[in-house]
Design a protein around this ligand. Structure first.
Ligand SMILES: *Cc1c(COP(=O)(O)O)cnc(C)c1O
Length: 351
């Protein structure tokens, strides 16, 4: 173990693949007349023109992300949501009907779905009762066909971040990629794994603009890793995976970090208020601590409370069918007014 070689885990067909070469990547210079991409040169029937293909490698947006995250642009991949990055990682490194990935339920559902679509087995090792990684069992379950390990930290739906030294020990012994999904990292006081990229050639960090940056509708997911890994993802991605509108709007939003930080602060304050208020209700038996923008609560009868809230026009997520989450609801932190509405609804609930 601990003899990581990217070349060894890369699928042979991907290694020898000659990627599609788009008009926009074959010619990148300045010109006035573009007759190379079969675009409609007469323009879009709109006030604004979208008749040109977007930058396939999103250079300006990566420059912006790079200055915010203190990483090089060559260490950044931008996907149509994190889900695209998850899918591409599986396709690049896992051979269908042969390889497997490890996940640690209860956790985000897309790793397993994406694996299943690609005919990849998902091996599951449950978290411990206090939602920590079961490192001994994880190490036992790694076999020669295990190519990827997905660690969601802060974890969805439990809300906690995992013990750093547990993650570190997996990074050290595993010869495949460890993908740390940090979708909620901006709500957390604990640091990102981004600063450890240079220490671990097998580390991939996923982030997203869907949560703290409030851009779920735009679909921007980020993967950070060594240049070698990023080059592989770029090689197999659809050439124009991020639209020009998305690139431009995301750039504008990232220029306004102050605004995003203000909202993160409000969400975290509201989270503390809700947490305290939840504890006063007898039917809420546990409020789990959360580094994210949601709270997981255990109640006496999750199905009943879920339906009651629905009647009050409030939708939360019933996670009761997830392992270790019996009678648990996941509640996203709303606006201050929405949170008051939620508390009022809870006050009128009787078992
Ligand atoms: C919300 C979420 C994402 C974000 O996915 P996008 O496709 O970027 O919107 C990723 N991972 C986890 C664990 C999430 O909860």
């Amino acid at each position: 173990m601990a003899n990581f070689s990217l070349d060894k885990i890369l699928r042979a067909n991907v290694k020898k693949l000659i990627p599609y070469s788009s008009a926009r990547s074959e010619f990148e210079g300045e010109a006035q007349v573009f007759l190379d991409a079969n675009e409609n040169s007469l323009g879009s029937p709109l006030n604004e023109n979208f008749h040109r293909y977007p930058d396939p490698l999103q250079k300006e947006l990566k420059q912006k992300i790079s200055s915010l995250k203190h990483t090089n642009p060559e260490n950044i991949f931008i996907g149509n949501g994190s889900d695209e990055a998850i899918d591409l990682l599986i396709r690049a490194f896992c051979k269908p009907a042969n390889d497997n990935i490890l996940i640690f339920p209860p956790t985000y559902g897309m790793y397993e779905v994406s694996a299943a679509v690609n005919d990849i087995e998902t091996k599951k090792i449950l978290l411990t009762k206090d939602f920590e990684l079961n490192t001994n069992e994880i190490k036992n379950q790694i076999d020669i066909n295990t190519k990827l390990i997905f660690v969601c930290s802060p974890n969805n739906p439990t809300g906690n971040s995992f013990n750093e030294s547990d993650i570190e020990s997996i990074l050290k012994i595993f010869n495949g990629l460890v993908i740390i999904d940090e979708a909620y990292i901006d709500f957390s006081k604990k640091g990102s794994w981004l600063k450890k990229l240079n220490d671990h050639p097998n580390l991939v960090v996923l982030q997203t603009l869907s949560k703290a940056w409030a851009l779920a509708g735009l679909r921007i997911g980020l993967a950070f890793a060594s240049k070698k890994i990023i080059d592989i993802l770029n090689k197999i991605k659809p050439p124009y995976n991020i639209s020009s509108v998305t690139q431009r709007l995301a750039y504008q939003v990232l220029c306004n970090k102050k605004e995003a930080d203000k909202k993160i602060k409000i969400i975290n304050q509201e989270k503390e208020l809700l947490k305290t208020a939840f504890k006063a209700f007898g039917f809420i038996t546990t409020v789990y601590s959360s580094d994210a923008n949601f709270l997981l609560i255990k109640v006496n009868n999750a199905g009943k409370l879920y339906k009651f809230l629905l009647v009050q026009n409030i939708v939360v997520r019933n996670r009761s069918n997830q392992p270790l989450c019996e009678n648990c609801l996941r509640v996203t932190i709303g606006t201050p007014a929405e949170n008051i509405q939620l508390l009022q609804a809870l006050k009128s609930f009787s078992e």
